[in-house]
Each structure stands twice: as C-alpha cells, then as structure tokens.
Design a protein around this ligand. Structure first.
Ligand code: CTP
Length: 393
C-alpha cells in the first residue's frame, strides 16, 4: 500500500483536507497526518485521526512522539509528502529551508517527492514573495497543484482557492505513478521562442518566456502523461517529471519533434519564428556602408506539419494563436487553416500577457469555443490539461 504524509496547515480551506483524506483512503492509500498549530485552529486532530485511521502528529517536541517515531523516520516512511492546504507561510518556510515546527522540519528532512496545494488570499498568492517562492520550489522539483480561481472566503475573487480535493488526489496518484487521466499517453509540447541566427552574434527572436508551454508540459505530466518538451531558449527551469530537449531554431525544433513521435497529444505553445535568414552570414556583419538587407525565407510550420492526417498524427493536436486584434475570428480561421483540433487563443495585445505570469485564453474546438478567466499560467495549464484528459477518455 502506498502511503502519503499529509501536512495540513492553517487556512479556511483546511476543512477540505478531510475530504482529501476520505478520497485518498477510498483510493487505497495510507494516510498519516501532521497538523500544524495554524491548521489546528481550523480542524481538530480528532477529525483527522477518525478519517485517516492513524495517529495524528502535531508537536515537534513531544517526547512520546519522538520515542514512537522520530521526525526523520516520519518524513521517510511515506512515498509522497503532501501539503494541503499549503499556506503562504508554509511555502515560504519550505523555500527558505526553515525548520521551526514539526511540519517544516519534516519537509526539510524528507528524501521523498513533495506535492503542495497552495491556498490563500488572492493578493497573498499574487505577491512577489509568494511568486518567487513558488518559482524556487519548482526548480527543486516540488509538484504544485495550483489554486483554483473563484470567490474566496474573504469576499475577493481570483486565484487562491484550494484546488478541488479530486484534483489534488489526481496529482497525488500521478506523482505516485498511478493512473492519472493521461496515464499511458505520450504528449509532446513545444515552448518558448526560437532564435534565428543572422550572423554568429545576432539573431531574430520574440518576447515568449516559455512560461505557458512549460506549465502545460508540467500539468500534462501531473495527470500521468509521459511528456517530451521541446523548448527554445528560455530563462526558466525545465519542468519536473518532463523530458526536455533544448533547441534554438525552428528547424531544430521541428527535427526534435519528429524524433519524439509518435505521440497521442501535441501541444504547440512555442512562438516559433515565422522567418529565418535565407543564408545566415558565416562571419559577423560589419557596419561599413548601407545597413544590410536581410533576405528572409519562411520557416517550416511545425503545428501544421503535425496536424497532417496520417498514421503519425497525434490523436489531439493543439495550437496556440497569439493575436493582437479580432481574436475570435482569427483563431477559428487559424484552426481550420492549420488543420489542428483545438486552438488556444490569447490576446497578446493586453498588458503583461506575453512574457508575463498570467494568461487569458479562449479554447476553440470543432464544437465551438469557451473563454477562461484571466489567471496564472499554471492555472490555465491545469485547466487545459484537465480538458485534454477528459477529451481523450
Ligand atoms: N507554429 C508552428 N510553427 C511555425 C509557426 C507557428 O508550430 N513555424 C505554431 C505555434 O506554435 C502556434 C501556432 O502555430 O501553436 C500559431 O502560431 P502564430 O505565429 O500565431 O500563427 P502563424 O501561423 O504564424 O500566423 P500569423 O503569424 O499570420 O498570425
């Protein structure tokens, strides 16, 4: 039997941990709970104990706890450490490596994968400190189940609500190697910009950060898919549990994608450069005389190539449409022109989207389109992955 160590921290959403325990046990998982002092303000050890059927730990310095099971032992006896809900304070402690109570000590002492499901006020979630902590945790391979968007207990609206217990359980199962909605599927994802060389020191690029494509790769992996990510040059870390190939140009990206086929799912989130130099200069172009005329030729269209009917075509081919005007009409036209199944359209004319942390997208399919609210790119990715999982089932 696989076992999780569930750390419940303080927050209104702590009551949802009870439902998570129930679902986890129903799914055949063993659950050992640790309740922080803050968590104990919202739920009682007795309710956790009744649902988990096991002793609940709470105090680092309890001598009886230490003699029964030392905190190092507790942190290693589980297959996965889950923090749900994870407060802003606990996320900061994990990021900083603090160990001033049992929960944070366990998180520092563990050698097991860690999954966190944050829950907090929208402003706390969007604060630069939390954003920086989350980015740091991602580089260390911590699995994140992003918060949902919605009405919050404090009356505000936005991202910050604890993800649904069912979504957290799906991510737990995926992390434990059990069947998520995309278990057994292979997904390929393109992400980031391309760099098209002009000469050995100059290149044509664009503002893509790779954040959305990387988040989609991570979200597909969290649902159990085997994911191959082909990334152009970006400044963000490779997502955890994903095989990442780094390329520079569109031609290299296409070759890496061809090498990764066959796949069940293709998501082309890269901002592939439309043009390359007909012939990049072998030496640095000097500025003697008139500015050089750049003779450009079109790059191969990776998305359209993947969408061509045939035995190698993935069952679901998803493209992006970055537009600055008339988004709906252009996106649907692009879906038909490229031959892909879905187009995820965003208006990159809006402030802070291209290269930013948030995205606001519409998903176009043969059946029509739906609009998602503006939210963190991880939340957009989780929603897209969820819909892909549902579509393929
Ligand atoms: N794409 C691709 N290969 C290219 C160009 C684009 O795979 N050479 C993919 C992108 O990853 C994205 C989709 O096609 O999924 C749309 O890209 P976009 O640049 O918005 O569309 P274009 O076809 O280039 O059309 P236009 O520039 O006229 O808007």
């Amino acid at each position: 039997m696989k076992r999780i160590l569930l750390i419940v921290t303080g927050g209104i959403a702590a009551y949802k941990a009870l439902e998570l325990i129930r679902l986890a046990r129903q799914a055949g998982l063993g659950v050992t709970c640790v309740l922080t002092r803050g968590g104990a303000e919202f739920v009682t050890p007795l309710s956790l104990q009744a649902l988990s059927g096991a002793k609940v730990y709470g105090d680092l310095f309890s001598l009886t706890d230490e003699s029964e099971m030392g905190h190092i032992e507790l942190s290693r006896a589980a297959d996965l450490v889950v923090v749900a809900p994870a407060s802003a304070d606990m996320l900061a402690k994990i990021a900083a490596g603090l160990a001033d109570d049992l929960a944070s000590t366990l998180l520092l002492a563990t050698d097991k994968p860690v999954l966190v499901a944050p829950s907090m006020n929208v402003r706390m979630w969007q604060h630069q400190a939390t954003t920086a902590n989350m980015a740091l945790l991602a580089t260390r391979g911590v699995i994140v189940v992003p918060p949902d968007v919605g009405e919050m207990a404090c009356g505000e609206f936005g991202p910050g609500r604890l993800a649904a217990p069912e979504a957290i359980l799906a991510a737990i199962k995926a992390a434990l190697g059990g069947g998520g909605a995309l278990a057994g599927r292979h997904a390929i994802v393109t992400s980031g910009p391309t760099h098209e060389p002009i000469d050995p020191v100059r290149y044509i690029a664009n503002r893509s950060s790779g954040r959305q494509g990387h988040a989609i790769a991570a979200a597909l992996a969290a649902l159990g898919a085997r994911v191959t990510l082909v990334s152009g040059p970006v400044a963000i870390p490779d997502p955890p549990q994903v095989t990442t190939t780094h390329v520079e140009t569109a031609v290299q990206m296409q070759a890496a994608i061809q090498a990764a086929l066959p796949a069940d799912i293709a998501v082309c989130a890269a901002a592939v450069g439309d043009w390359q130099m007909a012939a990049a200069a072998p030496q640095k172009i000097k500025k003697n005389g008139a500015p050089p005329a750049l003779h450009l030729v079109e790059n191969p269209d990776i998305l359209a190539g993947l969408a061509v009917p045939g035995p190698m075509r993935p069952a679901l081919v998803v493209g992006f449409a970055a537009e600055t005007q008339d988004v709906a009409a252009l996106a649907e036209a692009k879906r038909l022109r490229k031959g892909c199944d879905w187009i995820i359209a965003n208006n990159v004319g809006g402030t802070g989207i291209m290269g930013g942390m948030e995205n606001e997208v519409m998903i176009f399919t043969a059946a029509g389109h739906i609009a998602l609210p503006r939210m963190d790119k991880h939340a957009v990715a989780a929603e897209i992955a969820r819909r892909i999982g549902a579509h393929l089932q």
